[in-house]
Write a protein that binds this ligand. Structure first.
Ligand SMILES: CC(C)(COP(=O)(O)OP(=O)(O)OC[C@H]1O[C@@H](n2cnc3c(N)ncnc32)[C@H](O)[C@@H]1OP(=O)(O)O)[C@@H](O)C(=O)NCCC(=O)NCCS
Length: 213
């Protein structure tokens, strides 16, 4: 494993992240920015790579290891999505909890565009604790890429299930929540059960599961 400094804060947290062991190539400096799709050395882990003008290959999805960085990214992205994340206290709580979880971030041209945090339930399940992408980057496949990276992370940890909890339909006009549920459906998640009062009265919880083959 290679150690890497945490890019935004420069801390020296040891990186055991997913950007180790990549098959990376260098492109000539004259080449225009472009994206290529590469796998890790075991051909089991998908990576998008961003070829910048510097000619360096930058992993577009990598694991954040610095707790403060995890927390700041989570709070920053969630705060920009008030339709989904209404309560500042909820965002703060989430930003605190992700510090202890594996967090994968998507970066595009230096901007952290989205993240996913995983909570493991050994031995078989990995739960998506939270996933979010910046509004201006919605609908570009970043959420899908984060899910693929999370699936690979879960598989590597020996899990055979990826799960997530989200708000169930509650008879209101909430197209943003419809689109979140559609996102999971199109990415292979199956509706397992609705828990009407698990979170709170009026906040029914939809539990979704994806078998990892
Ligand atoms: C849910 C969420 C993470 C999805 O992220 P995203 O980056 O927009 O996801 P994708 O771009 O991969 O997919 C979104 C849609 O864009 C479409 N899409 C994917 N790639 C695309 C592309 N290259 N061009 C145009 N559209 C594309 C997909 O068809 C998908 O449609 P669907 O949602 O109806 O299935 C994002 O919408 C979000 O942050 N929502 C708010 C927070 C939230 O709901 N989190 C989950 C809480 S449980």
């Amino acid at each position: 494993m290679r150690a890497a400094a945490c890019p935004p804060c420069g801390c020296n947290a040891k990186c055991t992240g997913i950007h180790n062991g990549l098959i990376a190539k260098k492109f000539p400096k004259s080449a225009p920015p472009r994206r290529v799709y590469v796998m890790d050395e075991n051909f089991s882990y998908p990576f998008h790579m961003d070829a910048t003008n510097s000619g360096e290959m930058i992993p577009m999805i990598s694991e954040i290891t610095c707790p403060d960085d995890k927390s700041a990214l989570c709070a920053d992205i969630m705060s920009g999505l008030p339709e989904w994340f209404e309560e500042p206290d909820g965002i703060a709580a989430c930003a605190g909890l992700v510090t202890g979880l594996p967090v994968l971030a998507h970066t595009d041209s230096g901007t952290r565009t989205g993240f996913i945090a995983l909570k493991y339930h050994p031995p078989a399940a990995a739960e998506i604790f939270v996933i979010a992408t910046r509004r201006e980057f919605h609908g570009r496949g970043i959420g899908h890429s984060l899910l693929k990276a999370a699936e690979a992370h879960a598989r590597r940890s020996g899990c055979s299930l990826l799960t997530v909890k989200t708000l169930a339909p509650r008879g209101r006009h909430e197209p943003h929540l419809d689109s979140t549920r559609a996102f999971y459906g199109r990415n292979g998640f199956l509706k397992a059960e609705i828990f009407p009062t698990l979170w709170a009265e009026g906040h029914p919880c939809l539990f979704l599961v994806k078998p990892l083959h």
